[in-house]
Design a protein around this ligand. Structure first.
Ligand code: NAI
Length: 326
């Protein structure tokens, strides 16, 4: 039988972990067996042991092994895929700078550990917020890993945008292609209908309602996280786990023909996004590599939205630079 894919998940005892681990273990990444490497902080290890008991109780045929721990250098040993989900939530009285600093410490240490012990073919997906900047910190602290191996999750925003557009047009989600999220995984993100397609037709034209696009669609997608918290009393978890799986699967196995996905990856300056920022783009993926889709025309409306979100990313980068984290 093939050697298992070693998949690290951080924050494994958290909400997203509780959904993500079972998806991974039941074969969401393909037929190759997987070995789970689960990282948590020490106080959460007991909870994590309970989750492991449940994983055992599922008797998943494709789950080749589970290791847990609180030391990144041990847990990340030889991993082929690292899903960095665990992060420090904003606590009462915490300023933005405190949040960046707390997460900076986590992603500095995890970047260094991956640099030291991950497999040569490692791919690293960051879900924990602020995802783009956390990915930037991990990437900067892993100088021996090619920067293209890091990405931050905007697939949940992408999926939310597809779902909203499907509901508006009466199309099924499978009839929607070429959705793009640009920029930061934050309220400034820009979900773009000008390049998306509904049943082969340009989505903005199919909708034919700039007011809906600007004043309903974009804010609904960008503020969906807050709406989930309002309704559910806690933040999106199963949908975030599902998007984390979608992103990892497509990265490893390739995006669909005649379509693309949204991923936050290191900018090469495409579309005027400052080089070095981890910003969301339309990308195609194949055999574990991604490419930014080139040649899309960007009108003034889109230009303004992309620039606003990438300006926020540049501010976050400058703030963590100021803290000496990168
Ligand atoms: P949670 O608070 O339920 O779980 C987070 C877990 O991370 C906790 O068990 C905690 O002990 C652990 N953790 C904290 N520091 C750690 C460290 N240094 N090493 C390993 N584990 C550590 O949070 P939840 O709901 O699972 O969300 C996780 C993150 O994902 C949050 O930052 C959240 O904002 C983010 N998120 C991102 C989304 C996206 O689309 N990019 C969507 C939804 C959530």
């Amino acid at each position: 039988s093939p050697t298992p894919l070693k998949v690290a998940v951080t924050g494994a005892a958290g909400q997203i972990g509780y959904s993500l681990l079972f998806r991974l273990a039941s074969g969401a990444l393909g037929d190759r067996p997987i070995e789970l490497r689960l990282l948590e902080i020490e106080p959460a290890l007991k909870t994590l042991e309970g989750v492991v008991m449940e994983l055992d109780d599922c008797a998943f045929p494709g789950l080749a092994g589970i290791e847990i721990g609180h030391e990144a250098e041990k847990v990340f040993e030889g991993v082929n895929l690292a899903l960095l989900v665990g992060a420090r939530p904003r606590g009462p009285g915490m300023e933005r700078g405190d949040l960046l600093e707390a997460n900076g410490a986590i992603f500095t240490a995890q970047g260094k550990a991956l640099n030291a012990v991950a497999a040569d073919d490692v791919r690293i997906g960051v879900t924990g917020n602020p995802a783009n900047t956390n990915a930037l910190i991990a990437m900067t602290n892993a100088p021996d890993i090619d920067p293209s191996r890091f990405s931050a999750l905007t697939r949940l925003d992408h999926n939310r945008a597809i779902s909203q557009l499907a509901a508006k047009t009466g199309a099924s989600v499978t009839e929607i292609k070429k959705m793009t999220i640009w920029g930061n995984h934050s309220a400034t993100q820009y979900p773009d209908l000008f390049h998306a397609e509904v049943r082969g037709q340009n989505a903005a034209e199919a909708v034919g309602d700039q007011d809906w696009l600007e004043n309903t669609f974009i804010p609904t997608v960008a503020k969906r996280g807050a709406a989930i918290i309002d309704a559910r009393g806690s933040s999106s978890a199963a949908s975030a786990a599902s998007a984390t799986v979608d992103a990892a699967r497509d990265w490893l196995h390739g995006s669909a023909q005649d379509d693309w996905v949204s991923m936050a990856v290191v900018s090469d300056g495409s579309y005027g996004v400052p080089e070095g920022l981890i910003s969301s783009f339309p990308v195609t993926t194949k055999d574990g590599d991604w490419k930014i889709v080139q040649g899309l025309e960007i009108d003034d409306f889109s230009r303004g939205r992309i620039d606003a979100s990438t300006a926020e990313l540049a501010e976050e980068r400058d703030a963590v630079k100021g803290l000496g984290l990168i």
